[in-house]
Design a protein around this ligand. Structure first.
Ligand SMILES: [Zn+2]
Ligand SMILES: [Zn+2]
Ligand SMILES: [Zn+2]
Length: 472
């Protein structure tokens, strides 16, 4: 099911977009007539959202059939058509469009022009090994369509298009164009409507074009023109596929946790990103899988068994499995050590009772804190402690807690953090001292507090210090 958290942008944005007027003068390009402003006719143009290989894209279609309660109509009132729930259905042919060349003037937006063509697909001829190509026709529910009223355009007058692309325009030199930003707004609006209607992802029509360049529509640099990254990622997740498009920078990445971790470290250290982020890193305790804040599905819990790696649980759609031990240590290829941890201050491992060598604490799930959020967590949740570089006053952090916070040289270098913004170390800390020769330390403290077996005795100093703060 589609998730409600991807809430809608306002309707108004679509209507404000240039060229995307509400249906006032509807021009039927074939007949050249202006039709009744309240009805949608067979032959009129509309946009909807379609899937292609788990990518959700805007699609421009020419309607070939209109149905109300499964009865074919020549026209349908637009309000009736778009109502939700609706019994109105619309079928249409998927059109090919070509982008204008990017202008050197940023005031001139990219537009898409109809080249007179249709997106086609191959289908097998029954009983033979051959196949035949035909125009893709899709059926969509009325509420998932938006009528469009594109601007007529003279092809020869436009210097920003290659007129060779328009050989399929029969007889004429005119076509129509739709601005890129109108298509972006329409895609967001239609996706929001699909969410609102709790439309199962599977019911959004899928197409399989024979020419992969024809759909989803592409910009002149070959990138997808109008797709919903969030929707596409949900589609992948709904099929149990691992999501590979970063929700923040929209790059394709092999390891989301590791990649998002670098965005978070950049944000924490005010290091400028190499790429422009479509969405900034969440400002409050960002999720280690998606970098966003405050989404209920991103809350994460952890269970730390006496033996074996911790077990975490989240409903973030960007989650994926990873080897906890490796991730916690970090490596040259995957330096990011942002893993969910059990806060040793919220959930102290108490020393064994007198006369017993071990302490039996039940293994339960508790709220986890991502390593890169641990500083904020302690600053706000454990005000009695000092945090190097952030808060001078307070009790020094226990070594096990500091190990949960400490960043390695490797991960700070990988996030391109300038040395003067590197994490301030705590006393007794070796690695961040420049003269340190050893890059990897193998000592018990490297393990997080969470993964320390509960039977391991504490040093004599720590429990005392701990007990004092617990009483206070
Ligand atoms: Zn990214
Ligand atoms: Zn998340
Ligand atoms: Zn805590």
């Amino acid at each position: 099911m589609i998730n409600k958290d991807f809430e809608s942008k306002s309707f108004n944005r679509l209507e404000r977009v240039r060229g995307y007027t509400k249906v006032n003068k509807r021009i039927d390009m074939r007949a050249g007539r202006i039709t009744d402003q309240n009805s949608f006719l067979v032959g009129n143009l509309f946009v909807t959202i379609l899937c292609m290989a788990r990518i959700l894209s805007i699609a421009i279609l020419r309607s070939t059939g209109l149905f109300l309660n499964d009865v074919s109509r020549a026209s349908i009132n637009i309000t009736t058509m778009k109502a939700s729930p609706t019994t109105a259905k619309i079928s249409g042919q998927l059109l090919t469009v070509v982008p204008t060349r990017p202008s050197t003037n940023p005031q001139v937006p990219t537009s898409f022009l109809w080249d007179g063509g249709y997106v086609k697909t191959q289908s097998p001829i029954p009983g033979t090994s051959g196949s035949t190509e035909h125009v893709i026709i899709v059926n969509v529910p009325g509420f998932l369509m938006e009528p469009i009223n594109p601007e007529p355009t003279f092809i020869r007058l436009g210097h920003d298009v290659n007129s060779d692309h328009f050989l399929e325009i029969n007889g004429g030199q005119t076509t129509w164009q739709v601005p890129h930003d109108a298509l972006v707004a329409a895609c967001e609006l239609l996706w929001a409507k699909a969410l609102e209607a709790k439309l199962p992802l599977k019911s959004i029509a899928c197409v399989n074009p024979s020419d992969a360049n024809s759909f989803p529509y592409q910009l002149s640099d070959g990138t997808s023109a109008v797709i919903s990254v969030k929707a596409s990622n949900l589609l992948a997740a709904s099929e149990g596929k691992r999501i590979t498009i970063c929700p923040l920078c929209e790059a394709k990445v092999p390891n989301m946790r590791s990649h998002i971790g670098q965005h978070i470290l950049c944000a924490l250290s005010n290091t400028p990103e190499n790429v422009s982020l479509k969405e900034p890193v969440g400002s409050v305790l960002p999720c280690g899988f998606c970098g966003r804040s405050g989404l209920p599905e991103c809350s994460i819990t952890i269970k730390v068994p006496a033996n074996g790696p911790p077990v975490w649980e989240t409903k973030c759609i960007y989650q994926h499995t990873f080897k906890y031990g490796f991730a916690e240590t970090g490596s040259k290829n995957k330096p990011c050590r942002n893993v969910p941890l059990k806060c040793a201050l919220c959930h102290p491992t108490l020393p064994p009772e007198p006369g017993k060598s071990t302490c039996r604490t039940p293994v339960v799930s508790v709220d986890a804190v991502w390593r890169y959020n641990m500083v904020d967590h302690i600053l706000n949740g454990h005000e009695e402690y000092s945090v190097p570089g952030h808060r001078v006053s307070g009790v020094a952090l226990l070594a096990v807690v500091w190990e949960n916070i400490r960043l390695t040289d490797l991960e700070q270098t990988a996030a391109r953090i300038q040395k003067e913004h590197w994490q301030v170390g705590q006393e007794g800390d070796k690695e961040n001292v420049p003269s340190s020769g050893s890059r990897t330390r193998k000592r018990p403290g490297l393990e997080s507090a969470a993964s320390l077996p509960s039977k391991r005795p504490h040093t004599s100093v720590q429990p005392l210090q701990f007990a004092r703060t617990l009483i206070a």
